[in-house]
Design a protein around this ligand. Sequence first.
Ligand SMILES: [Zn+2]
Length: 49
Amino acid sequence: MPTCKECNDEVDALVTVKVDGKAKKLCEDCADRAREAAEIAEASESSRG
Ligand SMILES: [Zn+2]
């Protein structure tokens, strides 16, 4: 079973999510959170200026 590198839980399947231009393999829960965090970071970047 693969292990999520974020929460160290063993999961059925890992999801590949792009964070800071790097592909990360996370469980679905962590992938969702990482995606949200990335969107917030992008939004704050683009609203600057
Ligand atoms: Zn996880």
